[in-house]
Write a protein that binds this ligand. Structure first.
Ligand SMILES: [Zn+2]
Length: 342
């Protein structure tokens, strides 16, 4: 039962943070992958794969990704994960969602990055056969693990595949995800040059744990018009002005920001201030299963803690449609679905 009747558009959802404990349990059993704590049931497994009181640092939060990553090392596992997530997003009332993942995290057992992309695409496409009401964008992520040279070859491969698969209509955009703050984003400029040369659309994680200067790099040097998180732009009024002028959209994930300790609370989150200034901010879940949050839960938090009205929540959905990685004709159809709620 949906608490918000209007359609949802979500721009920032990671596949590996969106797999239900039931699915992880089954897929681990099928693959003889040991479960944390020797869990013998879904209930026993759940505390190890979702956010909980023991997540006192970002590292314990990131440990939640270990089991999903160890399972998602073959095409059927990725296909199923993408299929189930797409179905769930449709069931939650989404008319558009971007799903993202990093192909290089799925090559431990010999799968290639290209095979990983094709498996995720196949899962999405299978779900779309039953869910004509939703449009899905697929974003492939380059990764920052530390310094840019640590996985430079793998990132180059991701960037080249992003371009190739974008031009084949199988991928919608490229992203850079992972640890922020181990080096400056400028060190990853060559990846964005490849994407730009191939006309592949961009988003980039920036300004979540780090300073606005990283957001400036993503906007000015990479040419990205979407920023993953980006809430620390609040500390640079000039950059806010510039972002508004350039039509930059922020993909804000409030619960994730609090769980990852990059904002102290919903009440202190700058999303409302940024919205009121006229910056295009949008609302997403980041890692809905790990964070134990749906997009409607995020709306509840924004209403209760920051005073957003339903009309403003719809406006953020419309901003998300504007920034969606799909063609103008599709955007016009998506926008129309909001008409009766305005
Ligand atoms: Zn993210």
């Amino acid at each position: 039962m949906q608490r918000y009747p209007f359609p949802k558009t979500q721009l920032h959802c990671h596949l590996d943070g969106a797999i239900l404990p039931e699915t992880l349990f089954e897929m681990a059993k099928e693959r003889n992958i040991p479960l944390p704590g020797n869990a013998s049931s879904v209930d026993e497994l759940t505390p190890y794969v979702v956010y909980g009181p023991d997540c006192i640092s970002v590292n314990t939060y990131l440990e939640r990704f270990e089991l999903p990553t160890s399972i998602l090392q073959d095409a059927p596992a990725l296909e199923r994960a993408a299929y189930e997530l797409t179905c769930r997003l449709a069931d939650e009332g989404h008319i558009y969602a971007d799903i993202r993942f990093a192909p290089q995290l799925h090559t431990r057992k010999g799968m290639t990055q290209a095979e990983a992309i094709e498996a995720v695409r196949a899962g999405i496409d299978r779900a779309l056969l039953d869910h004509h009401e939703i449009v899905i964008g697929l974003i492939v992520c380059c990764m920052s693990f530390g310094t840019a040279d640590m996985n430079h070859d793998a990132n180059l491969e991701t960037a080249r595949l992003a371009v190739e698969y974008y031009n084949r209509g199988l991928v919608s955009a490229m992203d850079l995800a992972g640890a922020e703050g181990m080096c400056h984003l400028t060190d990853f400029a060559d990846l964005f040059e490849i994407a730009n040369a191939g006309h592949c659309p961009l988003t980039c994680h920036a300004g979540d744990s780090q300073e606005p200067v990283e957001i400036r790099t993503a906007i000015e040097l990479f040419g990205s018009r979407r920023i993953g998180h980006g809430h620390h732009i609040i500390d640079d009024p000039d950059l806010i002005k510039e972002a508004i002028e350039l039509g930059v959209t922020l993909e804000i994930c409030p619960t994730s920001n609090i769980q990852c300790l990059t904002q102290p609370s919903y009440e202190e989150h700058p999303i409302k201030k940024l919205f009121d200034m006229g910056l295009h901010v949008t609302v997403s879940t980041d890692n809905p299963v790990i964070a134990r949050v749906t997009v409607e839960d995020e709306y509840d938090h924004l209403k209760n803690s920051l005073g957003f009205t339903d009309r403003e929540l719809i406006q953020m959905n419309l901003y998300a449609v504007d920034a969606a990685f799909c063609d103008e004709q599709t955007k016009a159809l998506l926008r129309k679905k909001y008409d009766k709620y305005l």
